[in-house]
Design a protein around this ligand. Structure first.
Ligand SMILES: Cc1cc2nc3c(=O)[nH]c(=O)nc-3n(C[C@H](O)[C@H](O)[C@H](O)COP(=O)(O)OP(=O)(O)OC[C@H]3O[C@@H](n4cnc5c(N)ncnc54)[C@H](O)[C@@H]3O)c2cc1C
Length: 347
């Protein structure tokens, strides 16, 4: 690597931490600049599925809750009750603590309260600066934290709304606290109104004390858009490191950060590495499916979701598939989804 083995990383979210850890592992001297006083402070549900694959080495002490499965409702009707096979399906973590611990363990220097301009100098740099730099399609998402012990279960709850093209969620955090939110193709204030209505309708949530008021942020759902300015390479959500169907961004952003950090450390082309990564491939498939779902009328959309095989829904939602697995899914999927997958596989 040029610049005497030094690398600057801008942003201490999952992508910046992934990039810094990967480069440090190859002996690179990494410094992160983060504008906030702690890492990972942006609005987020803190849910990480499929943690058993150890794509992120989550420190045990930062896990708030182990999740056994997920319950999905489509337009108010109970559709799927899914329990993970042979152990938890995922975890809810204390995200700032998780990122702090990972950085400490990797021995990476972090300068907090340090906004940096982009591009950063002449040396190699990674911009892991989040959604505000993303150039593709975005949705919005808002959430509140409630003290609602009856909703603090071992399952994630998803309430799909076919008119919104999005969903409400109830994520347990332990100690009787839940995060309740909604994300979709609507403005922030419309989503805030919808969320208040949703909370009012659920007896477990209505009237529950608010531990943290309503807050939100946009989410990148347009697929991967690589970007490089001078010698600063972008990664994470700033290039679309989010699964477009679910809005899950911690794991994909961390992995794309890792890919870019490792490529720079090894003197490889970081954009090529980003574009040929498994995570990018899966995000691009989800983007195609989202485009198809958007093109359906609300009634067809609800029908499509209700008819999906739960295993297919969960595997595609979690990005838990290989080329071979996808081919098998074609056989179990409704025609319209089978067509999208086939086209994706043969392009
Ligand atoms: C309401 C909501 C709920 C969500 N829930 C989940 C969930 O449960 N699970 C999940 O996987 N994903 C979830 N996401 C998505 C997830 O939060 C993001 O996709 C993920 O954090 C992106 O990681 P990142 O590192 O790319 O960007 P970020 O986490 O946004 O990190 C970017 C960092 O860069 C810093 N920064 C920006 N500009 C500068 C600068 N100029 N100088 C220095 N520092 C800078 C920022 O302060 C920030 O800390 C949710 C998103 C929203 C909006």
């Amino acid at each position: 690597m040029e610049d005497n083995g030094r690398l600057t990383v801008i942003g201490a979210g999952p992508a910046g931490v992934g990039a810094a850890m990967a480069a440090a592992r190859h002996g690179i001297d990494v410094t992160i600049y983060e504008l906030a006083p702690r890492p990972g402070l942006k609005p987020c549900g803190w849910g990480i599925p499929d943690h058993r694959k150890k794509e992120i080495p989550i420190p045990r002490e930062t896990i708030l809750k182990e999740i056994d499965g997920a319950v999905l409702y489509v337009d108010g009707k109970h559709a799927i009750d899914y329990t993970g096979r042979g152990g938890p399906l995922g975890v809810v973590v204390d995200k700032p603590r998780m990122l702090e611990t990972l950085l400490e363990d990797a021995g990476v220097k972090v300068v907090f309260r340090a906004p940096v301009s982009i591009p950063f100098g002449d040396g190699p740099a990674v911009a892991a600066v989040g959604v505000s730099w993303y150039e593709g399609e975005k949705i919005n998402a808002v959430q509140v934290h409630l003290k609602a012990p009856k909703a603090d279960r071992e399952k994630l709850e998803f309430y799909f709304d076919s008119h919104l093209i999005g969903y409400y969620w109830v994520f347990p955090m332990g100690d009787g606290i839940v995060k309740v939110g909604v994300g979709g193709f609507a403005g922030m204030s419309e989503l805030a109104t919808k969320l208040e209505r949703f909370i009012k309708r659920d007896p477990r949530l209505s009237g529950a004390p608010r531990v943290k008021p309503l807050h939100g942020a946009p989410l990148a759902v347009g697929g991967i858009k690589p970007r490089i300015i001078g010698s600063t390479v972008f990664t994470g959500e700033s290039v679309g490191g989010v699964y477009p169907l679910t809005g899950e961004g911690i794991r994909p952003s961390f992995l794309l950060g890792k890919t870019v950090g490792e490529a720079l450390a090894l003197g490889r082309d970081p954009v090529k590495a980003l574009m040929s990564s498994d995570t990018t491939w899966k995000i691009q498939l989800q983007r195609r499916i989202l485009e198809m779902v958007k093109s359906l009328r609300p009634m067809r959309r609800a029908e499509f979701l209700s008819r999906l095989d739960p295993e297919v829904l969960v595997r595609i939602g979690l990005g838990d598939f290989s080329r071979l697995g996808l081919t098998a899914m074609v056989l179990k999927s409704p025609g319209i989804l089978a067509q999208v997958i086939k086209r994706f596989l043969t392009k």
